[in-house]
Design a binder for this molecule. Structure first.
Ligand SMILES: O=C(CO)COP(=O)(O)O
Length: 251
């Protein structure tokens, strides 16, 4: 199928310099499949990007957790896409549900961010996902389709986008989506891409799952045909992240 397995570690707003050095040494010493088999990207807080980038093993890459929606300037507290490019940070996570829900980032704003980041040469992990309320109301697909459409409306190429399906009810809750639940939404998202972009984009775009992924549940999830990897929160700060990377061997 040609979609290289992708494992992202989202460290969120965590870590002291000592803890970060420890995580990096665990990553550097871990036995993992080759970079032909799995792409690994870790996303520390902005302040640790330089430290992690300079000490991380070759073959693993770094991502920022956000960037500004347009060219930098008088936007106190923001980090621009140009700055990330200048510092050779290749990836950025955009549209994480914590930013959508806590900081009120709307679909259009996230779509604008994705388009601008891509235009500057960044690769984007774009997150979508429904809340528990939305799932229980039966609107999961409507919600993730609207989030994906806001991106699709603004970009022409998807070759530098990884789509992360992260159901909000599974994030940080220990309540992982079942492999069937994840597969169902991934399949529907790929179908949406087929109908609304192109067969090539639908076939090639990696759709990864996030939400309470750990060393124990990753194998069953990885075995699903439309699960092309993971975006891992809590477990990406622990040695079991290596086991999650190894689940790429099941593909
Ligand atoms: O939000 C996530 C990754 O972006 C998932 O977080 P957890 O793995 O801690 O549930």
């Amino acid at each position: 199928m040609g979609r290289k397995f992708f494992v992202g570690g989202n460290w969120k707003c965590n870590g002291t310099p000592e803890e970060v050095k420890k995580i990096v040494s665990v990553l550097n010493e871990g036995q993992v499949p080759s970079s032909d088999v799995v792409e690994v990207v870790v996303s520390p807080p902005f302040v640790f990007l330089g430290l992690v980038k300079s000490s991380l093993r070759p073959g693993f890459h770094v991502a920022a957790q956000n960037c500004w929606v347009k060219k930098g300037g008088a936007f106190t507290g923001e980090i621009s896409a140009e700055m990330l490019v200048n510092l050779e940070i290749p990836w950025v996570i955009l549209g994480h549900s914590e930013r959508r829900l806590i900081l009120n980032e709307l679909n259009e704003f996230v779509g604008d961010k994705v388009a601008y980041a891509l235009s500057q040469g960044l690769k984007v992990i774009a997150c979508v996902g429904e809340t528990l309320e939305q799932r229980e109301a039966g609107s999961t697909m409507d919600v993730v389709a609207a989030q994906t459409k806001a991106i699709a409306d603004r970009v022409s190429s998807w070759s530098n986008i990884v789509l992360a399906y992260e159901p909000v009810w599974a994030i940080g809750t220990g309540k992982v989506a079942t492999p069937a639940q994840a597969q169902e939404v991934h399949f529907e998202l790929r179908k949406w891409l087929l109908a609304n972009t192109s067969p090539e984009i639908a076939a090639a775009t990696r759709i990864i799952y996030g939400g309470s992924v750990n060393g124990a549940n990753c194998k069953e999830l990885a075995a699903q045909p439309d699960v092309d990897g993971f975006l891992v929160g809590g477990a990406s700060l622990k040695p079991e992240f290596i086991d999650i990377i190894k689940s790429a061997e099941l593909k």
